[in-house]
Design a protein around this ligand. Structure first.
Ligand code: AP5
Length: 193
């Protein structure tokens, strides 16, 4: 994993529906990073209809965190593949979601270069996800699971912001996609990748 240790890693953290995926797509377009979303990797595993996928789906349906080892292995495999193709800079979206995930990643995969945190009110997140739920087909975009996802976020993920405060850039993400991306660009341009 020599290549992995040299990778530049930007953790993208925020509550459910805070706009992580939307902003990552724009960062990829402008800065050419490789975007890996832990949720997307998990959903791909669910699609495969393996026993493992079925177990993961049950947890995601409840809006709880899947076991750390599962998500860490999926991320590490995906990153190793990309590094072997010459990728150096990664956006890791939706991970870490609890302190231990960050610690294990930094010990076993790669260091953390920076953190982007999207701060959005619960009301806005709920509205966005209910709207998306009409067409997304995601098993977790319903009122009950959204409530649980928010709870998981507040209890387990939010403490990370304090932990990473020296590396974090906190972006108020209530505005339009373009307004938020203007702030994101300021951060991206201020760092030497
Ligand atoms: P994951 O897939 O990561 O879901 P999430 O964190 O709930 O976030 P979303 O992907 O739903 O939203 P987003 O922030 O990317 O927002 P988006 O840009 O799509 O995780 C799902 C589940 O997998 C978890 O609950 C857990 O079970 C498991 N899991 C994942 N990672 C894990 C980990 N590390 N450890 C353990 N378990 C893990 O935007 C949302 C909507 O709003 C879209 O419709 C978008 O078009 C719209 N929108 C975006 N920005 C704006 C804007 N500025 N104005 C108006 N609308 C906007």
């Amino acid at each position: 994993t020599g290549g992995l240790k040299d990778a530049k890693v930007l953790f993208v953290i925020g509550g459910p529906g805070s706009g992580k995926g939307t902003q990552c797509a724009k960062i990829v377009e402008k800065y050419g990073f490789c975007h890996l979303s832990s949720g997307d990797l998990l959903r791909a595993e669910v699609q495969s209809e393996s026993d493992r996928g079925k177990r993961l789906n049950e947890i995601m349906e409840k809006g709880e965190l899947v076991p750390l080892d599962e998500v860490l292995a999926l991320l590490r495999d995906a990153m190793e593949k990309k590094v072997s193709e010459g990728v150096k800079c990664f956006l890791i979206d939706g991970y870490p979601r609890e302190l231990e995930q960050g610690e294990r990643f930094e010990k076993e995969v790669a260091g953390c270069t920076g953190v982007l945190y999207f701060e959005v009110s619960d009301d806005t997140m709920i509205q966005r996800l209910l709207e998306r739920g009409k067409t997304s087909g995601r098993v977790d975009d319903n009122e009950e699971t959204i409530k649980k996802r928010l709870e998981t976020f507040h209890n387990q993920t939010k403490p990370l912001i304090d932990h990473y405060k020296d590396k974090s850039n906190i972006i108020k993400a209530e505005g339009t996609v373009d307004e938020i991306f203007t702030e994101v660009q300021k951060y991206m341009d201020s760092k030497k990748w």
